[in-house]
Design a protein around this ligand. Structure first.
Ligand code: NAD
Ligand code: GLY
Length: 354
């Protein structure tokens, strides 16, 4: 078992191993000792059908009071309305401050359940059990929780670290290939911004042979960044490489484009613009694009640039009149590059400013 200790304000362990869910009660006991808090499982209907009942049985057999709430899968459910239904469920089951929310699922479940945990009774513990590749390497790490509102994605949320993350790559065997690929986009992101060797491994197509090692590497890279900048004031913003345009592409598709696909498009678009501006070495966009395509990820969108730019104006990375773009100095090294919001279109279009 690979254990990664995350030293944030509220420290916790991320445990990674194939088949680890079988040892879940033991891992909970490492955190809660002999105490048996009630476990309020929050999941989606797809994951529930695959893993919900066996997990409930296993935890109940180990002596934990267990209750479960499943909402309809998909980004459409990541709303305040669903959070409100989670509150109803927590109230109906008398979940107290000493109890625990258990997020079983992908990034949508983790973000939403984490946000419910951050706000229920002003904050209770939550445990992440990520079941998508994306959630294992990214969304379950670092404590960003939240939901979407009509004005934009993830605009309402809280920093709320989990008390444990249990990552069992065995669960990825039931994941559709396309959903797996969404996670690969985030792995490519880590390679592009922080680790040229990881990027080369992904570029070579050897991911499946090294899956557990890649998960551990990505988690460790994110740990390092989050420990330096838990509240996203500086270096953590590198993790948003490809996300400004990626979120815009998602929004323009009415959120039918999954997050990972948006990130793939966003990474290629920003590198193309940065090559034209002389910020990123020539050939970088092609390498990222080829790598994304190897895993069946899209690298462009039909959405017009004007509309994408408009959508970027509501981005969280905007401060005052500037929008902070994440760019690549080279593969494996990111930097922040503030651009005047009103010049975003011309920058992305590759127009030279006077
Ligand atoms: P998701 O949670 O919607 O999961 C994708 C689909 O896979 C869903 O239909 C789900 O039911 C299904 N699924 C999950 N696990 C499965 C399994 N083991 N077998 C079969 N099907 C399974 O999407 P996602 O890609 O995991 O996460 C995307 C979300 O994560 C977005 O909302 C994004 O904003 C968020 N995100 C958050 C962070 C963060 O730091 N908090 C980082 C990156 C992304
Ligand atoms: N996914 C970006 C972050 O966690 O900061």
């Amino acid at each position: 078992m690979k254990t990664i200790a995350v030293k944030t304000g509220r420290p916790y362990h991320i445990q990674i191993e194939d088949g680890l869910l079988r040892r879940f009660p033991e891992l909970l006991a490492d955190v809660y000792g002999n105490r048996k808090p009630a476990l309020a499982i929050v999941t989606d209907d797809t994951v529930d059908a695959l893993y919900g009942e066996p997990l409930c049985r296993q935890l109940a057999d180990a002596g934990y009071p267990v209750c479960k709430f499943a909402f309809a899968h998909g980004e459409d459910s990541k709303t305040l309305e669903t959070v409100s239904r989670v509150y109803d469920f927590l109230a109906a089951n008398s979940i107290t401050r000493s109890d625990v929310i258990l997020a079983l699922g992908g990034g949508v479940v983790g973000d939403l359940a984490g946000f419910a945990a951050s706000s229920w009774l002003r904050g209770i513990d939550f445990v992440q059990v990520p079941t998508t590749f994306l959630a294992m390497i990214d969304s379950s790490v670092g404590g960003k929780t939240g939901v979407d509102i009509p004005q934009g994605k993830n605009l309402v949320g809280a920093f709320w670290q989990p008390s444990l993350v249990v990552c069992d790559p065995h669960t990825l065997r039931t994941l559709p290939e396309e959903t797996f690929a969404d996670g690969v986009a985030e792995a490519i992101k880590y390679g592009a911004i922080l680790d040229g060797d990881l990027f080369e491994l992904l570029e070579s197509g050897d991911l499946q042979e090294h899956l557990e090692a890649v998960i551990s590497r990505c988690v460790d890279l994110k740990r390092e960044v989050v420990e330096q900048d838990e509240r996203d004031k500086g270096v953590r913003q590198w993790l948003n490489f490809g996300h400004t345009l990626g979120h815009a592409a998602e929004a323009c598709s009415n959120y039918t484009l999954p997050h990972g696909r948006g990130v793939a498009i966003g990474m290629v678009m920003i590198c193309e613009a940065c090559e034209k501006a002389g910020v990123t070495p020539k050939g970088t966009a092609t390498r990222i694009s080829n790598c994304c395509r190897r895993y069946g990820l899209p690298v462009s969108t039909d959405a017009p640039l004007e509309i994408l730019c408009k959508s970027c104006m509501g981005d969280k990375k905007r401060t005052g009149s500037k929008i902070s773009l994440v760019v690549l100095e080279k593969i494996g090294k990111a930097a922040l590059y503030p651009v005047e919001a009103k010049k975003l279109y011309s920058f992305l279009a590759g127009e030279r400013s006077e």
